[in-house]
Design a protein around this ligand. Structure first.
Ligand SMILES: Nc1ncnc2c1ncn2[C@@H]1O[C@H](COP(=O)(O)OP(=O)(O)O)[C@@H](O)[C@H]1O
Ligand SMILES: Cc1cn([C@H]2C[C@H](O)[C@@H](COP(=O)(O)OP(=O)(O)O)O2)c(=O)[nH]c1=O
Length: 199
């Protein structure tokens, strides 16, 4: 049916909001990157724990995981008629590996093998707020430090302006954020498909 990517820095509330979206929208299939596949596991067990010496390696691994994720999981579920919502997709690589110094043209090029989503929504929150939320959650990972997340946020917002991605204020309650995101998905993804099927 359609494919939506929900993006934002760690602690912006993606997982929390996506769980609420699954209750607000029809026939939702939830997935995420890095995936649970072999490349995704390598990323989580090695790259994100500081194993990789160069962020280009991270970009390549995330791109490889994404191709596998899209072809094995996302594409089949779209064909089965689901509204597939992925927590993170290409914009995460552009924002995070871009902030780590990898040229954005390189990141775009290695992600050419997967299609653009029907919609990308950016959850936006001050990195200090996000960091405080993460601290309450527990483990902090390689890419989760405030000054780094400030650069990640800037790239997300630049990309949103360039590509027309809607940006949602994620500093509010999960319910308010989820209601806004659901309305955006309804307006730009679900309703246009309803009109198409009406001919
Ligand atoms: N809107 C919110 N307001 C306050 N706390 C939140 C909000 N959304 C999520 N949290 C909390 O912040 C932490 C990170 O949320 P999570 O959904 O895991 O973020 P992400 O998936 O973007 O890293 C969790 O402990 C969660 O309960
Ligand atoms: C998908 C993706 C994630 N990341 C980073 C963002 C996060 O800090 C980290 C893990 O993603 P995260 O959403 O935090 O997964 P989990 O909740 O399982 O820890 O990977 C990239 O740097 N590039 C990417 O392309």
């Amino acid at each position: 049916m359609a494919f939506v990517a929900v993006e934002g820095i760690d602690g912006s509330g993606k997982s929390t909001v996506i769980q609420l979206l699954a209750k607000l929208l029809p026939k939702v299939y939830v997935t995420k990157e890095p995936s649970d596949g072999p490349v995704g596991r390598l990323i989580k067990e090695w790259a994100l724990k500081g194993g990789s010496v160069d962020p280009h390696v991270d970009a390549l691994l995330f791109a490889a995981d994404r191709i596998e994720h899209y072809k094995r999981e996302v594409e089949p579920k779209i064909r089965e008629g689901y509204l597939v919502i992925s927590e993170r997709y290409v914009e995460s690589s552009i924002a995070y590996q871009g902030a780590a110094g990898v040229p954005i043209d390189f990141i775009k090029y290695i992600n050419k093998l997967v299609p653009r989503p029907d919609l990308t929504v950016i959850l936006d929150v001050d990195p200090e707020v996000a960091e405080a939320r993460i601290r309450r959650r527990g483990h902090v990972e390689k890419y989760e430090y405030v000054q780094f997340l400030r650069r990640v946020r800037e790239i997300y917002l630049t990309r949103a302006a360039e590509e027309g991605h809607p940006v949602v204020d994620a500093s509010r309650s999960p319910e308010e954020v989820a209601a806004d995101v659901a309305e955006i998905i309804h307006r730009s993804v679900i309703e246009p498909r309803g009109r198409q099927s009406l001919g």
